[in-house]
Design a protein around this ligand. Structure first.
Ligand code: TXA
Ligand code: MG
Length: 337
């Protein structure tokens, strides 16, 4: 198929594609998504096919505001509305008990569903107009870094989707935070733009799922099925070096091999002369690191590198999400100094 290019002025056309069961690339504040009518089983199956996504990995539903929660969820706790009041529209996905009208294809048979209201007026308008929730995973081919521009998404999806709605680069850059509200205490399944510290302010105690900080053994089942897959990975193997940035830069410079590519903070690019270097923003600017991380990982696929060394962002605030994505790209191959 030929993928149609759409922009913010084409909301009616984009909504028409969703209502008629097509596949639409959608902008959000986090990453671009591969959207379809979340109530149409066949359209939802087409998402899995276009991505090459394993069938046991559920999708989240995108809605225009919290009044849509009760259409698709039951036993909604007060905490859900406290969170939506504070963080929606925004980069927070809530896992809630689902109603029977949500197709099994969306939830991979789970009795829960992820609900998200993106901070992107164009996409909320498309959903309103289509009148159905939009199921959307990140718009990358399965296993690849998530796309933060329409062009990055088209690298993976051109010819596989009906249309691509371009609304410029994503302002957060890493996928939404996922909080499971069906357990006590609520559990952070994936770190993202709404930080653990912010969730704790609203919820009090928050448990952090093991899959956030370490590699799951093959027999273990993380609560967010997607967290078990190797992910976000460029083609060359990645090693993350954790510690004080001066020390990690020196450590990498002393060990890099002839074909090594380097992912580093802006301040350190001079350490690695003669090597392909990709920067991810200044040491102190975590929001910039979040915006840069996926494009940086994708950039190595256009370079001749045999392996990649990476400095590691610190883990406070949105840094927990950035380091989680980088660690996953490295298959949790991490050296701690
Ligand atoms: O920012 C985002 O969340 C982006 C944009 C497009 O909205 N979407 C996104 O979707 O990242 P995806 O499918 O790439 O990641 C969703 C994650 C997966 O790890 C999946 O396993 C998990 O959410 N998930 C979905 N439904 C779940 C459920 N009912 N219980 C636990 N985890 C769930
Ligand atoms: Mg994804």
């Amino acid at each position: 198929m030929t993928t149609l290019r759409l922009s913010a002025g084409d909301i009616d056309q984009a909504a028409g594609i969703v209502s008629s069961g097509g596949l639409l690339g959608i902008p959000t504040e986090t990453v671009y998504g591969l959207g379809a009518n979340g109530l149409n089983e066949r359209a939802v199956r087409a998402i899995f096919e276009a991505k090459g996504r394993p069938q046991d990995n559920p999708l989240i539903l995108h809605v225009p505001d919290e009044s849509w929660l009760e259409r698709y969820c039951e036993d909604i706790p007060a905490a859900a509305y406290e969170l939506s009041g504070r963080f929606w529209p925004g980069p927070l996905t809530m896992i809630l008990k689902r109603k029977d009208n949500v197709p099994d294809a969306v939830t991979a048979g789970l009795d829960t569903v992820g609900m998200r209201c993106p901070d992107c007026a164009v996409t909320r308008a498309v959903i309103e107009k289509a009148g159905v929730p939009v199921a959307a995973p990140s718009g990358n081919a399965s296993g690849r870094p998530s796309p933060t521009t329409a062009a990055a998404m088209l690298e993976d999806m051109d010819g596989k989707i009906d249309a691509m709605l371009d609304d410029g680069p994503c302002k957060v850059g890493v996928e939404s935070t996922i909080i499971d509200l069906t357990v006590t205490p609520p559990r952070l399944l994936r770190p993202g733009g709404v930080t653990l510290e912010e969730l704790e302010e609203v919820l009090g105690e928050v448990a952090v799922d093991d899959a956030v900080r370490r590699l799951m053994a093959p027999e273990e089942q993380p609560k967010a099925p997607g967290m078990k897959y190797r992910h976000y990975a460029p083609k060359a193997p990645v090693t993350v070096v954790k510690g004080d940035p001066d020390m990690t830069a020196g450590y990498i410079a002393a060990r890099m091999g002839e074909g090594s590519g380097i992912l580093c903070f802006d301040e350190f690019k001079g350490y690695f002369r003669g090597h392909p270097v990709v920067t991810m923003g200044p040491v102190s600017d975590q929001a910039e690191q979040a915006r840069e991380i996926f494009e940086a990982l994708r950039a190595f696929d256009h370079m001749e590198v045999t392996d990649i060394w990476a400095q590691s962002p610190s883990e406070g605030g949105i840094g927990l999400a950035v380091s989680n994505r980088l660690n996953k790209a490295a298959g949790f191959h991490i050296i701690e100094l």
